[in-house]
Each structure stands twice: as structure tokens, then as C-alpha cells.
Design a protein around this ligand. Structure first.
Ligand code: IPM
Ligand code: MN
Length: 359
């Protein structure tokens, strides 16, 4: 089959890790006889440098027309350290999410057996952890009214949610729990926030449509603690935009490296796949960044296109690289492979699975 894939390498290590994801996709195309037509576009700091706009119109149009979007990373320290900057790389990604209506962000968190010792958490605490975090992605404080007083001394960020915004992502989270261990935990701050109380009410009402799913509630401060104390208690976590951003980075510690966490951002018409790590500017161009999150994002992209076996083939190749220790320095600093070597291994393994199995 033929698919149009919009590719946005972005900033920092984005282009390097995206290149490895494309190697994996090309290997899949070869083995399963698909055609992936890639079209590259600018977004983020690189887009500001070239066009003055973090999300050029051309990029937005290309993304709208694509079957799926593969995205690297965004951000540059020259903007992080300048609080007065009016145009920022992150605005590109946030606007893209909003314009495409990518309201549901799935971030799977798994403790790979081979990497258990990489986590600072105890083996008995994390072994067997398998969590799907559903983060609402186009609402909340990220997209609320923002104000700064004329004297620059008072700042305001508004947070709002509508029932409809909550329902559409909650449906996806409920459906996901039905195919998993049938437990859904809503993470909120309903003891303080009005928006959180609406989340509880709305999700409680929806639960009647999913009687086989056990619904639980946790305040976000407690959830942050429980994630480290006893992560195995979680199956699917559903939460709003800002809480999801924070707890998914926290949860990445369970997997041993943030360089492993992939994500899928899904809307009605479009879908975008990206690693959850940032642009890691210190590593840019050094060929040391972990490409596995980006490669696993490509697997999620295939899954979204209905190519299940193809997606599993990539996942298997990633597991093999972990098993054989063909990994970057964040995973094993004593015996580190380069970004491109890891990408080559994955692509090669996909192409010659049987031979590789003999190794
Ligand atoms: C993420 C990132 C983004 C977010 C930034 C880059 C705007 O941290 O995807 O988690 O906060 O959503
Ligand atoms: Mn984040």
C-alpha cells in the first residue's frame, strides 16, 4: 500500500533520530511491499530561523494532507533563556496540535526486562509495569487566555475544559482499557480545581457506558507519588494536558530512559507520532542520541495506519537491540553504540529477521 507521510525533523537531535525512524520504515516498506512517500517540512526553531514563523503555512497544509505525521523534537536554548521572546519554537507544535485537533495523546510506559537495572527504581517495584497514559492535548492551561499586566509584574494563564473536550479523549481511554486490564485511573486535582471537578463528573457519567472497566480517581500529587511507589497498580491513566505532560516525564524513569518513550497524538482527521523527549541540544549532531523512542513512534504510526504486523516487527527489532545491548550511551555508557548504528541494526534486523535470530 502507498502512504503519504509528512516528516518534521524539527530541532536539536530531531533530524538524527527521525533519520533512524525512516530507516526502520524503509525496511518495513521493503519487507511488506509498501510505499512510504515522505515529504519534509519545517517547524520549530529551524522554521523561525528560515521563515520567522514556528509553523509555516506550507507545513500545516502538508500535515493536513498526509496520512500520518512523523515528528522529531522541538526547542532551542536560545529561546528557553529569553523570557521576553515573543516567537518561540514550542508555539509551532502547540499550534499544529490545535489546528489539526490532535486531542488525544497516548504515551505508553513499559518496563523492559532488559532495562530494569537502568532505572533508579527498585526491580521489584517496576518489573512488569505496563501503563497507557492518555493525555488530553488541545485544552486546559496550555491553550487558555494568557495575560501579562502592563507593568510586567502580574501574569495570568487561564485553564478551561468543556464536557465535550473531556468526553472525546475519555472515550478513547475507556476503549483502550477494555482491550487491556480494564482499569482506568483519572488523575486530577478535584479537591482544588473547578476544571478537575468537571473531569470527574463527566468521566463518572461516561463510565456507565463501560461497565466492564473499573474507574478510579487519584489526585495528581498522590498520583505522582504512586507512580514511583507502585507503578504496577496502573493500567490506563487519563488526565488533562498539563498533568499529563508532567507525569509522563516522571513515568519515563520506570522505563530506564526517556529516550525510549514514544507517543501518538490523534485527532479526527490527522495523527502525529513523536518521541516524548525534547530536542536535547547538547547532543545535537553528535550521533549519540537514543533513536529508539523515535523508532517506536514510527511503530505507533504503522499501527495507526492499520499495519499491525509491520508495527510489531519494529517493536521486535527494538526489543532485540535492547537484548543484545545495541544501544546508545543513555542506556549503557560503557558500551555505547551511535545513533546511526542503532538505526542500522534495527533496519537490518527488520530486513533479515531470520538470520538475525540465529545470532
Ligand atoms: C511534550 C513537550 C511539549 C508539551 C512542549 C515542547 C511544548 O514537553 O510534548 O511533552 O509541553 O506538550
Ligand atoms: Mn513534555
Amino acid at each position: 500500500m502507498k502512504f503519504n507521510i509528512a516528516v518534521i525533523p524539527g530541532d536539536g537531535i530531531g533530524p538524527e533520530v527521525i533519520e533512524q525512524a525512516k530507516k526502520a520504515l524503509n525496511a518495513v516498506a521493503d519487507v511488506y511491499d509498501h510505499t512510504f512517500l515522505y515529504k519534509e517540512a519545517l517547524m520549530g526553531a529551524c522554521a523561525i530561523d528560515k521563515t520567522g514563523n514556528p509553523l509555516p503555512d506550507k507545513t500545516l497544509t502538508l500535515c493536513k494532507q498526509s496520512d500520518a505525521i512523523l515528528f522529531g523534537a522541538i526547542g532551542d536554548p536560545k529561546y528557553d533563556n529569553d523570557p521576553t521572546a515573543k516567537v518561540r519554537p514550542e508555539q509551532g507544535l502547540l499550534r499544529l496540535r490545535k489546528e489539526l485537533g490532535l486531542f488525544s495523546n497516548l504515551r505508553p510506559v513499559k518496563a523492559y526486562d532488559k532495562l530494569i537495572k537502568n532505572s533508579p527504581l527498585k526491580e521489584e517495584v517496576i518489573k512488569g509495569t505496563d501503563i497507557a497514559i492518555y493525555r488530553e492535548l488541545t485544552g486546559g492551561v496550555y491553550f487558555g487566555i494568557k495575560e501579562l499586566s502592563d507593568d510586567g509584574k502580574i501574569a495570568f494563564d487561564g485553564c478551561s475544559y468543556s464536557e465535550e473536550e473531556i468526553e472525546r479523549v475519555a472515550h478513547l481511554a475507556f476503549k483502550a482499557s477494555q482491550t487491556r486490564r480494564k482499569k482506568l485511573t483519572l488523575v486530577d486535582k478535584a479537591n482544588v480545581l473547578e476544571t478537575s471537578r468537571l473531569w470527574r463528573k463527566t468521566v463518572t457519567n461516561l463510565a456507565t457506558q463501560y461497565p466492564d472497566v473499573k474507574l478510579e480517581f487519584l489526585f495528581v500529587d498522590n498520583a505522582a507519588m504512586q507512580l514511583i511507589l507502585n507503578p504496577k497498580q496502573f493500567d490506563v491513566i487519563l488526565t488533562e494536558n498539563l498533568f499529563g505532560d508532567i507525569i509522563s516525564d516522571e513515568a519515563s524513569v520506570i522505563g530506564g530512559s526517556i529516550g525510549l518513550l514514544a507517543s501518538a497524538s490523534i485527532g479526527k482527521e490527522n495523527a502525529l507520532f513523536e518521541p516524548i523527549h525534547g530536542s536535547f541540544p547538547q547532543a545535537k549532531g553528535k550521533d549519540i542520541a537514543n533513536p529508539l523512542a523515535s523508532i517506536l513512534s514510527a511503530a505507533m504510526l504503522l499501527e495507526h495506519l492499520g499495519l499491525h504486523e509491520e508495527a510489531q516487527t519494529i517493536e521486535k527489532a527494538v526489543e532485540k537491540s535492547l537484548e543484545l545491548g545495541i544501544t546508545t550511551e543513555d542506556i549503557n555508557s560503557e558500551k555505547a553504540f551511535s545513533t546511526s548504528k542503532v538505526g542500522d541494526f534495527i533496519a537490518d534486523y527488520i530486513q533479515h529477521q531470520e538470520d538475525s535470530n540465529l545470532n
